[in-house]
Design a protein around this ligand. Structure first.
Ligand SMILES: *Cc1c(COP(=O)(O)O)cnc(C)c1O
Length: 417
């Protein structure tokens, strides 16, 4: 075992004892979701021939068709579109939004400023980029209240005849707020529909999948989207995204992904199908490992004197663990220290850089089998006050543990603890 200071090892032992009860709760959710996935596979009689993949137009690719059915079942949705052709979570979300919004419609986010990479998808009127606003789809947003809850007064005052889609972001993203549980999302859906019954509620479900017993589509969300290199890909899906929800809305999104009238009926899976199925099978367990890792991180860093959010006791609804540091040196030491536990690229030292789509320099620790695969252990931090690192993922709990240890040790070695 690598050499860690006595103090750090002691913190670890105490923290692991402290979170034992939380681990049992996490395991219960793993079991529920594992069986949910198995039942969906069984209901649609998944067999090895479904994994064959396809080429060309790929009409009647039964593996692809059944994959959509399985996802729809698992998410309690009418329909699903699960494809390797989605290049990222942002692309998937953009496809869903462009699919259902038309010029003159309005999109309104009620959970404050959305995730950084969506800012350019929303864009500005006349920006010439083909963003939503460039296409004449207007945008409004309701900032969160001080306590991180939805400001219903503002939502009420801003909702209007043109408001067609309400956006909810489940996960905190790069914000120091709490993520929204599925129950909370269910309440939001009810309130929004009471204000305007025909509104489409869209949920950015990135990082949330399988952290709870239910998904937003089971509590009234009309359309949700996420990335296959996050939770539902189980660390095995090599690329892709999914959209689930009301059948007519999923069809519209599929028209946007390929072409109107063609939708999900074409699209060669090439060799990706088996990884996507097997990843979904693995996802509940891997997500459980990652959530265990996040809970340990919260407990361990609280013990080391830092503020973590969520705290170790809090109910989880995503993988993200935020830890606040006192300045850029600590932040950078933490991220560089995490990298030291990586099996892949463990020899590299991450540095802050101006990543496309982000508005501040970002430093990222990631040693992953799938490039950028954020169900694998990674940590990222925009270099901006109040110096918060966001860590997530981990295919095995043990790996997360070592990441935390090497991070603490690196900080200690640099006299930053
Ligand atoms: C990751 C993420 C996205 C965007 O996904 P990319 O794959 O990075 O494009 C959007 N929203 C949230 C909440 C995310 O966590």
């Amino acid at each position: 075992m690598a050499v860690f200071s006595e103090e750090i090892v002691e913190w670890l032992e105490q923290s692991e004892q402290q979170v034992e009860g939380r681990f049992r709760e996490i395991d219960r959710i793993v079991d529920i979701n594992q069986w949910k996935v198995i039942e969906a596979f069984q209901r649609h009689q998944v067999s090895d021939f479904h994994f064959a993949g396809s080429t060309g137009y790929a009409y009647n690719d039964r593996g692809r068709e059944v994959l959509d059915l399985v996802y729809a079942d698992v998410f309690g949705a009418e329909a699903a579109l699960v494809r390797p052709h989605f290049a990222s979570g942002t692309h998937t979300i953009a496809t869903a939004l462009f699919g259902v919004l038309r010029p003159g419609d309005e999109l309104m986010y009620i959970t404050g400023r959305p995730y950084d990479t969506l800012h350019k998808v929303i864009g500005k009127p006349g920006d010439g980029s083909g963003s939503l606003q460039d296409y004449g789809i207007t945008y409004s947003e309701s900032a969160l209240l001080e306590d991180g809850t939805v400001d219903w007064e503002t939502v009420k005052s801003k909702i209007n005849d043109k408001t067609k889609v309400i956006g909810i972001q489940r996960s905190r993203g790069y914000d120091w707020r709490d993520s929204y549980t599925v129950d909370q999302i269910g309440e939001m859906v009810q309130k929004v529909k009471a204000l305007k019954p025909d509104i489409i509620v869209f949920v950015d479900n990135c990082y949330g999948e399988f952290t709870e017993e239910h998904e937003p589509t089971e509590v009234g969300a009309d359309l949700i989207a996420g990335s296959l290199i996050k939770n539902p890909g189980g660390g095995l899906a090599e690329t892709g995204g999914y959209i689930c929800g009301k059948a007519d809305l999923v069809t519209l999104a599929s028209y946007r992904l390929t072409a109107p009238g063609i939708g999900g009926e074409v699209g060669a899976m090439l060799g990706t199908t088996r990884g996507i199925y097997q990843g979904l099978f693995m996802a509940p367990t891997i997500v459980g490992q990652a959530v265990r890792g996040s809970v340990l991180a919260a407990a361990l860093f609280e013990r080391a004197g830092f503020q973590s959010r969520p705290g170790w006791k809090a109910k989880r609804t995503d993988l993200i663990q935020a830890i606040q540091f006192s300045g850029p040196e600590q932040l950078i030491a933490f991220v560089q220290g995490m990298q030291r536990a990586a099996a892949v690229d463990g020899h590299v030292v991450p540095e802050p850089w101006d990543m496309p789509g982000y508005e501040h320099p970002v430093i990222m620790a990631a040693g992953t089998f799938i490039q950028g695969g954020s169900l694998e252990l990674s940590a990222d931090a925009p270099i901006r006050a109040p110096y918060i690192a966001y860590m997530q993922g981990g295919l095995t709990y043990s790996h997360v543990k070592f990441g935390l240890l090497t991070a603490l040790q690196t900080m200690k070695d640099r006299n930053l603890l």
